[in-house]
Design a protein around this ligand. Structure first.
Ligand SMILES: NC(=O)C1=CN([C@@H]2O[C@H](COP(=O)(O)OP(=O)(O)OC[C@H]3O[C@@H](n4cnc5c(N)ncnc54)[C@H](OP(=O)(O)O)[C@@H]3O)[C@@H](O)[C@H]2O)C=CC1
Ligand SMILES: CC(=O)[C@@H](O)[C@H](O)COP(=O)(O)O
Ligand SMILES: [Mn+2]
Length: 379
């Protein structure tokens, strides 16, 4: 039995992770679960999966869980997430929180030699310079990176010519600048193919998600940015591709369902049948289409390439500015295109520094948030 801990069990990836575990009761068991605000769902999950440890984000949630369960260890807040990362009995940590809040827990689990099933891309974007220096086993859960990981098995790393990340293009593919000016929150939350949490859904609409994924791919696979390409593929069936030196292109395909990459990260190097996973029927789908992304209009992707290439703290600023701006957009405090404007402005004001510690990351994140607040208030 492999023991799995889930950071962010109440979210979209967390719940899909639990659905995978439901199919393999003889192979996986839950050792720990975490949530932020949704303690009611966490309580239901505790009843079903009987974890030994849980972590919750709020005092109210802590009290409610404590009242109901006397036999589990309950942690709270950011330090609670870190403690989940330190659990010795755990075999695999599924990092399914949204945002760079997952950094410390992920680093703790890596230090302890645990397998990371990594969905939480913001953590790798912000802490890639630290994490890539550690001995680690990271199995990508992000659908594109799982596809690349699988496709890379067809050749040697030094034989890779290009990594081609596919992008759905989001709900605003083909829109004009004028049409993008007055996008509503409701429009931006309608992803054409995937049902995901609100933060990543907005990131998909701005193409910042693809930008984060470019940086994620750089850190995961140690590939230069000029070899990481993005191709818009509105059907989200080809999850990504690897082009090798002999011009052979290997792609991984499947229906858009996150249970597959989650399961592969749990079962790797084995593959297992799961009746819950939808079969791909290309005959029924008919056409697969591809087009180049519009980097001038969807500036989030262009800014991500620049931040990634600059390195030295720029990816931290890019990511944190975006996290804050997405919250403001969801709260209807800024407009859709202002996400790009403010990211660009805050990146322009940053002075690069070599990243060696988590404290540095936290400091840069704090300064970024302060700068943004000032910029927005002064506007
Ligand atoms: N959803 C998807 O299909 C995909 C997601 N990803 C990545 O996976 C990660 C999770 O995405 P998704 O599942 O969609 O997100 P959701 O918003 O659905 O879930 C986020 C989870 O993290 C918890 N959480 C949020 N903020 C905090 C915090 N400050 N402290 C502790 N816990 C917190 C939430 O708790 P609560 O609900 O209790 O408040 C929830 O359990 C992201 O990094 C995303 O980019 C990658 C590929 C696909
Ligand atoms: C499911 C997944 O991995 C998401 O990151 C997805 O890729 C988002 O779709 P976009 O291609 O629209 O960003
Ligand atoms: Mn993805």
């Amino acid at each position: 039995m492999k023991k799995i801990a889930i950071l962010g069990a109440t979210g979209s990836i967390g719940k899909n992770g639990l659905k995978v575990i439901d199919q393999f009761k003889d192979k996986f068991e839950i050792i720990a679960l975490s949530a932020n605000k949704n303690y009611k769902l966490l309580i239901e999950q505790i009843k079903k999966y009987k974890p030994k440890y849980v972590s919750i984000g709020t005092e109210e949630g802590y009290k409610a869980i404590k009242k109901e369960f006397s036999n589990i260890e309950i942690f709270i807040g950011e330090s609670g997430l870190k403690k989940i990362g330190q659990i010795d009995e755990m075999d695999i940590l599924l990092t399914a929180v949204s945002g760079s809040i997952g950094i410390e827990s992920t680093i703790e689990a890596i230090k302890n030699g645990k397998r990371i099933a990594l969905a939480n891309k913001e953590t790798l974007v912000a802490a890639g310079d630290i994490i890539t220096k550690m001995d680690r086993e990271i199995l990508p859960v992000d659908s594109e990176h799982s596809a690349i990981f699988q496709s890379l098995k067809s050749g040697k790393n030094k034989e890779v010519e290009n990594i081609i990340l596919t992008a759905s293009g989001g709900p605003f593919r083909g829109y004009t600048l004028n049409e993008l000016k007055n996008i509503s929150v409701e429009q931006a939350l309608k992803h054409p193919n995937w049902k995901m949490g609100s933060k990543i859904t907005i990131d998909s609409a701005t193409l910042v998600n693809k930008g984060l994924e470019v940086i994620e791919a750089h850190y995961l696979f140690n590939v230069d940015y000029d070899k990481i390409k993005v191709l818009v593929h509105p059907e989200s069936i080809v999850h990504s591709m690897v082009e090798f030196k002999d011009s052979s292109v290997i792609a991984q395909m499947g229906m858009p369902d996150m249970k597959l990459p989650i399961q592969y990260a749990f079962t790797y190097p084995d593959r297992m049948s799961n009746v819950e996973l939808p079969k791909l029927n290309l005959g029924k789908i008919g056409k697969l289409t591809f087009e180049e992304p519009n980097l001038e209009l969807f500036k989030g992707l262009k800014l991500a390439y620049e931040a990634g290439k600059n390195g030295n703290g720029y990816p931290i600023v890019f990511n944190m500015a975006n996290e804050e701006l997405v919250k403001l957009f969801l709260d209807r405090k800024i407009k859709f295109l202002e996400i790009y404007d403010y990211i660009e402005e805050v990146l322009n004001q940053f002075n690069s520094e070599k990243i060696e510690t988590v404290e540095q990351i936290k400091h840069i994140e704090k300064i970024t948030k302060e700068k943004l607040r000032r910029m927005i208030n002064e506007k």
